[in-house]
Design a protein around this ligand. Structure first.
Ligand SMILES: Nc1ncnc2c1ncn2[C@@H]1O[C@H](COP(=O)(O)OP(=O)(O)OP(=O)(O)O)[C@@H](O)[C@H]1O
Length: 317
């Protein structure tokens, strides 16, 4: 008993090795005395260097989660850590620093990503200039380094030819690729994107996802994308579904090579078991078996069986 207690005590804490950890995250909004629980004890970990997608029905809590991770909103309860920063206890100064240096974001509305009166190059250089403000006057080599980084980012994202154009002179896809360059300017640990292809046609959307993948592969930046776009399935190895303010299921994809050397993508869906042991069963499964309120569980040697209430022992055996 003592040994078991010690093993439990010495177990590493939840998400200790992850870059992003959300632990029983709660966000309650109160409007005119009515409470909305946008996040209801959400658990999520994202490893450093991962590129993953968050999906879910409208109102499931995706944008609320993104705003928390972006440092724009503070959760009501639970714990959230990104790159070692505690998102619940940051003061205003640390929060500003976090938004400038630790996270970058790309929003759906292109007008929210770029300043209309600046060229693409100037938009990319701006976060680097804002970061340097307050310190000693920028030296010529420091300015040259920022110019060099701007060029490199625009080249990596395939928009070098857009450098001297203003946003209204760019297509929607070009605007979003420049927006990715802006978000990467200060080498953030995490890039967050909320419906970045929402206003684009599917071919242009694919180009934007490819730009995210390039940033992930070439710079190693961890990327979290909220999307309704089905094409994301071909771009990310992990998709987490959010339902009613909690992570509900997860699809992992991996490449398998058969005996003939043929490559194929194999996808496997998992249900999420939260920290309290709660499991969300897919609505279509519970509806198919008329499962409501109560189910029976049986522990077998290597799995657990779930039966509708009222199933007799004879039926189960
Ligand atoms: N500032 C707010 N004040 C009150 N309620 C809010 C606020 N922001 C979000 N909500 C509510 O919280 C719930 C989750 O909203 P959220 O925007 O996170 O969902 P979503 O999954 O991003 O939806 P969509 O895909 O439509 O953007 C919804 O019921 C929404 O109405």
């Amino acid at each position: 008993m003592e040994r078991r207690a010690a093993a439990h005590r010495d177990r590493p804490s939840y998400g200790h090795d992850a870059l992003i950890t959300c632990d029983r995250l709660v966000r309650v909004f109160t409007t005119d005395g009515v409470e909305v629980q946008a996040l209801q004890g959400l658990d999520l970990t994202v490893q450093e260097g991962e590129m993953m997608a968050l999906v879910g029905a409208s109102g499931s809590g995706k944008s609320t989660l993104m705003n928390v991770l972006a440092g724009l909103d503070v959760p009501t309860a639970g714990a959230a850590r990104v790159a070692g920063r505690d998102l619940l206890t940051m003061d205003a100064k640390v929060r500003l620093n976090y938004r400038r240096e630790v996270v970058g974001f790309v929003w759906q509305q292109t007008s929210r990503n770029l300043l209309p009166y600046l060229t693409a190059s100037q938009n990319v250089a701006l976060p680097m200039q804002l970061r340097g403000r307050g310190g000693p006057r920028s030296t010529r080599p420091a300015r040259a380094a920022k110019g060099e980084r701007t060029k490199e980012l625009l080249a990596m994202l395939g928009v070098t030819d857009c450098a001297d154009r203003r946003p209204h002179q760019l297509s929607g896809g070009q605007q979003q690729r420049v927006a990715i360059a802006v978000a990467l300017a200060n080498s953030p640990s995490v890039l967050l994107a909320d419906e970045p292809t929402g206003e684009l046609d599917s071919a242009t959307g694919e180009e934007v996802f490819a730009a995210f993948r390039r940033a992930n592969e070439e710079l190693g930046t961890t990327i979290v994308i909220v999307t309704h776009d089905q094409t994301v399935e071909h771009e990310v190895r992990r998709t987490v579904a959010i339902r009613d303010g909690r992570t509900a299921s997860e699809v992992l994809r991996r490449t398998e090579i058969d005996a003939q050397g043929q490559e194929s993508l194999v996808a496997r869906e998992y249900a999420m078991l939260d920290r309290a042991g709660r499991l969300q069963l897919p609505a279509e499964y519970t509806a198919a078996l008329d499962m409501e309120q109560r189910v029976m569980l049986e522990l077998e040697q290597d799995h657990i069986e779930i039966w509708p209430d009222g199933t007799t022992g004879q039926e189960r055996s």
